[in-house]
Design a protein around this ligand. Structure first.
Ligand SMILES: [Zn+2]
Length: 239
C-alpha cells in the first residue's frame, strides 16, 4: 500500500507527540484539550524545520531534549499565527556553558545571524526547573530569535502587528531609561542594554511571573500580551 504525504507526516509526528505527552511541560499541561492538539502540531512542525547539532564529546541532543526546546519556542509564539523562526534553522546545543572566542568569555546561549540558536543544555534545564524566578535561558534566546525574525526579509517576517510593536517600543524605551537609573527593579538590569535585551528579559518574566509583572508594570505587561497575543496572568494562551 502506498502512503500519501499526509499519512507519512502524521506517522513521523507520532513519536514527538508521544514524547510531549510524556513530558507534560507546565505550559502545555495547563492548556485546554483543543489547544493541546494545536500545541502538539506546532511542536512537530517546528522540529521538522530544525537541525539539532550537539557540541561536545559523547553528547547527544536526544528526542526528549529536542521536544523540550521546541516546546519552549512554541510557548513563546503560541498566540501568534504559526511562526517557526525559519531564519534560525540550526540549533546548536552544548552540554554546559561554552567559551566564546569572539567575546573571550563563557556563554550560556546566544543567537547568531547566520541562522543559529545556541544553548547550553544545563542552563536551559535550570531555566525550567526554577519556573518562577524570571530567569529562563530558552525563552530568552527564543525571544531574541522572534524579535529578529520579524525584521529579517525571509518567508516569515512582519508577523508582529505594527501598531502593537510601536506601542511596545515606546514603553520599552521609557522604561529602559528609568530602569537604568535605579539599582533595583522588577526587570533585571540586563534589560537596559538595548531593545533586544529588553524584549528578551521581559519575555522571561512574562511567562515565569506574569502576575507580578502585571502588578509592577501594568502597561508594559499589557503591551507584551497584545504583541504576543496571549495573557499568561489570566491563563489565556491565544487572545
Ligand atoms: Zn540576550
Amino acid at each position: 500500500m502506498l502512503l500519501g504525504p499526509y499519512i507519512l507526516k502524521q506517522l513521523r509526528k507520532r513519536p514527538l507527540v508521544h514524547e510531549l505527552r510524556r513530558q507534560q511541560p507546565a505550559y502545555y499541561a495547563a492548556l485546554p484539550y483543543s489547544l493541546q492538539r494545536r500545541f502538539e502540531h506546532r511542536v512537530a512542525e517546528f522540529l521538522q524545520r530544525k537541525t539539532f547539532i550537539p557540541r561536545g564529546e559523547s553528547f547527544d541532543v536526544t528526542l526528549d531534549m529536542q521536544v523540550r526546546i521546541a516546546a519552549c519556542a512554541v510557548q513563546l509564539t503560541f498566540g501568534l499565527e504559526p511562526v517557526y523562526l525559519s531564519h534560525f534553522s540550526k540549533i546548536l546545543v552544548y552540554p554546559n556553558r561554552y567559551y566564546s572566542t569572539i567575546f573571550k568569555r563563557y556563554h550560556c546561549g546566544e543567537i547568531n545571524m547566520r541562522g543559529y540558536i545556541v544553548l547550553s543544555w544545563k542552563d536551559f534545564e535550570t531555566g525550567y526547573r526554577n519556573s518562577t524566578d524570571g530567569f529562563n535561558l530558552g525563552l530568552h534566546e527564543m525571544a531574541h530569535a522572534l524579535h529578529l525574525q520579524n525584521i529579517i526579509p525571509h518567508d516569515e517576517h512582519s508577523f508582529l502587528d505594527v501598531r502593537h510593536l510601536r506601542q511596545w517600543n515606546k514603553l520599552a524605551a521609557t522604561e529602559m531609561q528609568l530602569r537604568g537609573q535605579k539599582a533595583d527593579g522588577f526587570l533585571r538590569l540586563q534589560a537596559c542594554q538595548d531593545e533586544h535585551e529588553f524584549f528578551a528579559v521581559s519575555a522571561e518574566s512574562f511567562f515565569e511571573r506574569p502576575q507580578e509583572f502585571r502588578t509592577h508594570h501594568p502597561e508594559i505587561y499589557r503591551a507584551l500580551a497584545t504583541l504576543l497575543q496571549q495573557d499568561p496572568a489570566q491563563g489565556v494562551y491565544q487572545l
